[in-house]
Structures are given as structure tokens and as C-alpha cells.
Design a protein. Structure first.
Length: 306
């Protein structure tokens, strides 16, 4: 009886040790030091965003004289008033137009990538057709090509087909990407084939099986793809640089680049630039923090094969 009790106690201790956090296995001074180090690293990463937020409420002279100051000398919302066209001086920045273009492009590109990448990934994972391996090798090869190499060919193609300086030219080339196809292929290969076979026994075809059976099971991967697609299209710069020329098609990235280079006035204008950069960062940050749990699940979904 004593031997059994001892074995149970050891098993319970082992279970508790496995469930205990890593830092909890060290002495208290080392745990305190470890937590302090984690907090310190977190503050270092958070500091640029805090400075960005604080400087947006400073005046131009205050921001130029004390760029690292955490408290504005004379707080003001003049930078945000200029961004949203509320300034009485009439020197507003076309921020709302940039925001509208970025939103339009990001939403359409995200929807296209989720749909087309899912279809392509499922075809490469499940359908048997001649040249499938070669096509997948081509997808991997595209992932290895630096995007800057394709800038001039991309401009020539857009100009030849009359898509230069249009919304179509901004959106269409971004609606499929090799990385998204690869992510979805890896996930679909982890789905048990028995599920699809059961659907086919019930009379479902390939499209019905994909749309009604397999795709709902790919929710973590789809959320991961949505976050990556929205972030990539929202932050895209080089493609818009070669695909557009007119100011009416400027997005947040191209508009802010022209702004930082002095295209919208002289002076440092730190509050205005940092306020615009902060507002451009918020949508992607909010999307990631809302769905980060699904993002982690989707990133690990293809690691284990059934």
C-alpha cells in the first residue's frame, strides 16, 4: 500500500512539474530576474510606439527639440486635425483618400487571396493531375524570387495590358501569392482523407466536398491567411510604386513615403508624420490582436499529419 501511495505521489509530482511554467522551476531570485528581463525587453519593443503616440500630440518645435520626451510640453491635436481635414489653415493632408484606397485594395486583395489560395492549395493537396509536382515546384520557386527582381517586368506587363495607373492594376496582381498557396496546401494535407471519402459516398462532388466539408475545417488556416493577406496588402509599397502614378491612387504607404520625402511641405513635421504612421499601423495591429489565437493555431496546423 505504501509503495502504491509513493508511486502515486511521484506521478502527481511529475504531472505538476510538467504543468509548471519554465521559470517556476528555478529559485525565486532567478525567477524575479527572468521576469524583469522579459518586462525590460517588452518595454524596449513598446517604446517606439509610445514615442510615436506622444509625438503626435506635440507641436513641431517641441517634437524637434525633444523627440524622446514622453510628455508633450503643450499638448495639441493639430496634427490629427490636419490629417482629417479639420485644420482651419487649409493645409490638410489627403490622408482620408490614402486610407480609402488602402482599405479598398486590402479588402479586395484579402478576399481574393483567401478564395484563390484555398482553391489552389486544395487542388495541389488532393487532386491528381499531370504536372502537379512540377506546378508545386514552380510555386516554391516563386517564393524564392526576391520581389524587387520583378518590378520592371511587372511594370511592363501592366503597361502593355493597359492596367497601369488603375485600381485593377493595383489589385489584380496581388490576388494570389505563392506563400498562401503553400500554407493552404500544407493544411489540407493534414485533413483526414476519410472525411472527404465519406462526403463522396454521400454523393458530394469535388467542389461540394471542398466548399462544404473541407473548407469549414480549415478555419485556423483561413484566419492565418486572412491576417497575412491583409497585412501584406496594407503594407505593400513596391507594387504600388510601379503600378500607379496619379495622386488619386496613392495608398497609405506611397502617400506617407512622399510625405516623409518632403513632397507635402517643408520642415520636420514630426507630429504629422508620426500621427499618420500611427493611424496606418492601428488596423493591422487590431486585426492581429483580435485573432492571434487562431493565428498560432493556423501556423501549427500543418505540423502534424494524420
Amino acid at each position: 500500500m505504501n509503495a502504491k501511495a509513493t508511486a502515486d505521489a511521484r506521478a502527481g509530482a511529475a504531472t505538476a512539474a510538467r504543468g509548471r511554467p519554465v521559470l517556476g522551476r528555478f529559485p525565486r531570485p532567478l525567477r524575479v530576474l527572468g521576469y524583469a528581463l522579459v518586462v525590460g525587453v517588452g518595454l524596449v519593443y513598446l517604446l517606439p510606439f509610445v514615442l510615436q503616440l506622444v509625438n503626435g500630440f506635440k507641436t513641431d518645435p517641441d517634437a524637434a527639440a525633444h523627440p524622446l520626451g514622453l510628455v508633450p510640453t503643450t499638448p495639441t491635436t493639430a496634427a490629427y486635425q490636419r490629417l482629417f481635414g479639420l485644420s482651419q489653415a487649409g493645409d490638410g493632408v489627403p490622408f482620408l483618400r490614402w486610407l480609402g484606397n488602402s482599405t479598398l485594395v486590402a479588402v479586395l486583395v484579402t478576399a481574393g487571396r483567401v478564395l484563390f489560395n484555398s482553391m489552389a492549395g486544395y487542388a495541389l493537396a488532393r487532386l491528381r493531375f499531370r504536372g502537379r509536382s512540377l506546378l508545386f515546384a514552380f510555386v516554391l520557386a516563386v517564393m524564392a524570387v526576391p520581389p524587387v527582381v520583378l518590378l520592371i517586368p511587372k511594370f511592363l506587363v501592366l503597361n502593355t495590358f493597359g492596367l497601369f495607373d488603375t485600381y485593377t492594376g493595383m489589385i489584380l496582381p496581388l490576388m494570389v501569392d505563392a506563400a498562401g498557396v503553400f500554407i493552404m496546401k500544407q493544411f489540407f494535407e493534414s485533413v483526414p482523407r476519410e472525411v472527404e471519402e465519406a462526403a463522396r459516398v454521400d454523393g458530394a462532388g469535388v467542389i461540394r466536398t471542398f466548399w462544404s466539408v473541407v473548407l469549414p475545417m480549415a478555419r485556423p488556416a483561413l484566419i492565418t491567411l486572412t491576417i497575412l493577406a491583409f497585412q501584406g496588402s496594407w503594407n505593400e509599397f513596391t507594387h504600388f510604386l510601379v503600378a500607379t502614378q496619379s495622386g488619386q491612387y496613392e495608398t497609405l504607404t506611397t502617400g506617407l513615403a512622399r510625405f516623409v520625402s518632403g513632397g507635402l511641405g517643408g520642415g520636420t513635421q514630426y507630429p504629422l508624420k508620426l500621427a499618420a504612421a500611427l493611424l496606418a499601423t492601428l488596423p493591422v495591429a487590431a486585426l492581429f490582436f483580435c485573432f492571434q489565437r487562431y493565428f498560432v493555431q493556423g501556423a501549427n496546423s500543418g505540423a502534424v499529419k494524420e
